[in-house]
Unconditional design. Sequence first.
Length: 178
Amino acid sequence: MNRELLEKHMQDLRADRNALDGVYGMTSRGVYLLARSVLRDAEAAKDVMQETYMRVVANIDKYEPDTNAAAWIMRIARNAAYRRYGEQKRRRAGEVNLDSLGDSVSDGKDHESVWTDDMELNGAMLRLNPEEREIVTLFALDGYKHREIAEILGKPQGTVQWKYNKAIKKLRKFLEEE
């Protein structure tokens, strides 16, 4: 990701609250993938995307220029996704959510295609814990570096690398079983 260009878009957004297109264009895929990895539901992930960008616009004055804009946005998305996850968990206490497993047919939307191209991989990803899914999604599917993921998650880089390697071993094991 071009950090300088994203920073320019953030400054444009600070000057004009209607200038969200550039920021959205550069970060929406990552925001969606992160939300989808936490929630395992396409529609809920889209709702989290909307909430994320509403919060970005509302809080743009709190963003410190020349820091990591992508990490700032991803933290907002992560918090929104976990907030939604908690709400869903409370609403569905004791209820099994089979709907989230049912959207394995691609509707052609760019954000969803990475989760729907390989049903076996999707099934294996769903068997990882939410943090492992998040790390694998950010690294393997959206191209973030381990240090950037560490910044987003507020964890040491070594921990992120260790959890990524552990998750990849689990995925291999799950895929070999199937």
